[in-house]
Design a binder for this molecule. Structure first.
Ligand SMILES: [Ca+2]
Length: 371
């Protein structure tokens, strides 16, 4: 079988260094300028405002997820495999590491500690379950640990043996409104796996807390949807519909509305195509025009998307049909560097987001208001 074509270099080390230098140590540009409506008119629906630094001295935070109650979040760090408890007053403390995590290699292999999802009924006592996605030596794993409110323990593999690639590992995990775990898994640079219903790669999976296929899945196994390249963010809107961001090959990155059993095209299609049986994205980005989307959060049916190469936050309102998005607006272009982790704050018109790749102890978690 032919080797897959190497994907484009999204941002080289030199470029990362340049971004880090140009941003300076701790100066934040005024948020008002970056958040202004690009058209100069009235404020856009869902426009973010009021950027503040919640906490600093992070090293590549990958995911942020709130514990029930909404005052504290757990944050994963990709390279260190550390998990931190971040409070809304800005304080943070490390609560443990996820064992068996093999971080990205200096030669360029990706992976590390990725997504995190506490049980929706987590309370630190009778329910202590927190779920992770990480790369082990030769596979991607979904693992469960116990978190009692101050420390992690009792590592257990829930779903192992997912093919790990040098890149395209996906890695987000979230509980859906139905109480099951959804996991975004990349094609691991083995593109044909994305069309194989019996492979876990290039898929969105829907599983139980013990890693079994969730009841009602379209093919009777763990697969929820197929044909994904490097599936990333997962979030549900007020109608309970699942949206997903996905990093494409050379030309088109995607925002998809994900329905069970649908085929999202890869590797036959990148972006939209007219091939029968393939479901087209709802929005595409060229990577050089604000693309390479990472994670998503949905607040008041506005979809927010962090971007890596694009170094900006997109806001895309879901339109009245519920199945498409209106005009996308971008914010903070270049202001904070590459943006990855993103979470909405429960019960508040607020998002937390994380910068990434600025260097050891140089990333930050930012908080912004959205209305
Ligand atoms: Ca697609």
């Amino acid at each position: 079988m032919a080797q897959p074509a190497p994907h484009r270099l999204r941002l080289g080390r030199a470029a990362i260094a340049a971004v880090t230098v140009s941003l300076g140590a701790c100066l934040l540009p005024p948020a008002s300028a970056a958040a202004a409506d690009p058209a100069g008119g009235t404020r856009a629906v869902g426009a973010p405002s009021g950027v503040t630094v919640l906490s600093g001295k992070w090293t590549r935070p990958w995911a942020i997820t709130f514990l029930p109650g909404g005052k504290r979040a757990l944050v994963t760090e990709r390279f260190t495999a550390a998990v931190w408890l971040q409070a809304s007053d800005g304080s943070k403390k490390m609560v443990g590491t996820v064992p068996h995590t093999v971080p990205p290699s200096p030669s360029g292999g990706k992976g590390g500690l990725l997504g995190i999802a506490p049980s929706p009924t987590w309370n630190g006592t009778t329910d202590q379950d927190v779920f992770f996605v990480h790369t082990a030596a030769s596979a991607i794993r979904v693992a469960r640990m116990h978190f009692n409110g101050s420390s992690l323990s009792d590592y257990k593999v829930v779903l192992g043996g997912i093919t790990r690639g040098g890149d395209h590992n996906g890695g987000n995990i979230a509980f859906g409104p139905d109480g099951y775990l959804y996991v975004s898994v990349g094609d691991a640079l083995k593109r044909n796996l994305a069309q194989d219903k019996n492979s876990l790669n290039g898929k969105i999976l829907r599983i139980t807390k013990s890693g079994a296929a969730a009841p009602g899945n379209p093919f009777g196994n763990r697969v929820y949807s197929l044909g994904h390249r490097n599936a990333q963010g997962l979030a549900w809107d007020t109608r309970g519909r699942l949206w997903e961001t996905e990093i494409g090959e050379n030309t088109w990155d995607e925002l998809n509305l994900v329905e069970p059993g649908r085929n999202y095209g890869w590797p036959t299609c990148e972006g939209s195509c007219s091939k029968a049986g393939m479901t087209n994205p709802k929005k595409v980005w060229n990577p050089d025009q604000g693309g390479v989307p990472a994670q998503i959060a949905i607040k008041h049916d506005v979809i927010y998307v962090t971007t890596l190469l694009g170094q900006r936050l997109w806001a895309l309102p879901i339109n009245s049909t519920g199945k498409a998005v209106g005009t996308a607006k971008s914010y903070y272009s270049g202001a904070y560097g590459r943006l990855r982790a993103l979470a909405k704050v429960p019960g508040a018109d607020e998002l937390w987001l994380g910068t990434t790749d600025r260097g050891d102890n140089k990333d930050r978690i930012l908080r912004i208001a959205v209305k």
